[in-house]
Structure formats: C-alpha cells, structure tokens
Design a protein around this ligand. Structure first.
Ligand code: K1U
Ligand code: ZN
Length: 167
C-alpha cells in the first residue's frame, strides 16, 4: 500500500473532470486501497481520485467513528436528491478552511463496487454531504466554489500565505 500526495486548491488539476472506469482491474483495486490508506492517514472522511491526480471516477468514504466502515464507490452517480441541509465542510485539498455549504439532505447514488456489482446507496445527513462533496471532486469542483467570490479570494490569499510560510 502507499500514501498518495494530495493536490492543494487552487491547483488546476483539481478542475479536471474524471473519466468513468471501464474495467475494475488490479490497477483500480490498488488505487482504491491506496486512496483508503491516504484518507485514513490524513485523516479524512472521504477522498476522490481527482485529489490524488488520478482522473478516474473512484471515491472512498468512511464517516464512522470507529473508522472501519469503508465505502468504495466506482462510477458513482446521483440518481435522486431532495431536501436541503447546511453543513460545515472541510477538504483535504483546502487544509485549515471550513465553511457552511448548502446541499441536498437525501441522495440516492448508483455505483459499482470493487467486484463490479451494481449497487445503490441511500444516504442522508453527513453521508449525503460527503457523497455530494466527493462526486463534485470527480466533476472538477472543490467545495469552496460553492462560496462567494469574496470568500474564494480570501481563501486563496490565506492558502498562498500558508504555502509561503511552510516553503
Ligand atoms: O474530500 C475531501 O477532501 C475529504 C473531506 C470530506 C468532507 C468533510 C466534511 C464535509 C464533507 C466532506 C474531509 O474529510 S475534511 C476532514 C474532516 O472532515 C474530518 C477529519 C477527521 C475526522 C473527522 C472529519
Ligand atoms: Zn474535498
């Protein structure tokens, strides 16, 4: 297994739209394992392949407190959504920044599991937020893009300052 470097906003590679996975081969299985290890080590509750500069539609999520309920979703698609919730979000690609984002309260997501079986997950609350956040990454969208232009400018300035300090 391997820890993968995570791209940082506003890296332009975070804007790429990920391609569907056509075959769940050893490379995809290894990617999913490495992404899970990277998510747990960060630590985070989700990770999209886009964030590790692999532009394929793979996400991993574990919102459990015990960190033993790993979900791996290949080619996830939101089939239905309803309701609204506002939740404080963070992002491993935007370290140290948290803000409230409005998302659907309930989602139904179709995906393939690692065996290539078609599955459906119905989620609400934090899991629904996390699914929407990670699928946004596959579509080249980072959560700060849901915020005002003024907030985005401030966030970019803060991250640039942080990067200078740590350089
Ligand atoms: O996609 C990512 O960058 C991961 C992100 C997922 C996420 C967090 C909050 C709302 C929606 C989506 C994170 O995991 S940020 C870190 C975080 O939230 C966390 C870390 C450790 C324990 C609990 C939460
Ligand atoms: Zn994120």
């Amino acid at each position: 297994m391997a820890l993968l470097p995570i791209l940082r906003f506003p890296d332009p590679r975070l804007k790429k739209v990920a391609a569907p996975v056509l075959e769940i081969d050893e490379g995809i299985k290894r990617l999913a394992r490495d992404m899970a290890e990277t998510m747990y080590e960060a630590p985070g509750i989700g990770l999209a392949a886009t964030q590790v500069d692999v532009h394929k539609r793979v996400i991993v999520i574990d919102i459990s407190e015990t960190r033993d309920e790993l979900l791996t979703l290949i080619n996830p698609e939101i089939a239905e959504k309803d309701g609204l919730q506002v939740c404080e979000e963070g992002c491993l690609s935007v370290p140290g920044i948290y803000d409230k984002v409005e998302r659907a309260e309930n989602v139904r997501v179709h995906y393939l599991d690692l065996k290539g079986e078609k599955r459906t997950i119905e989620a609400h609350g934090l899991l629904a937020v996390c699914l929407q956040h990670e699928i946004d990454h596959l579509d080249g969208k980072v959560f700060v893009e849901h915020l005002s232009q003024l907030k985005q400018t401030r966030i970019k300035a803060k991250l640039a300052k942080q990067a200078k300090i740590t350089a």
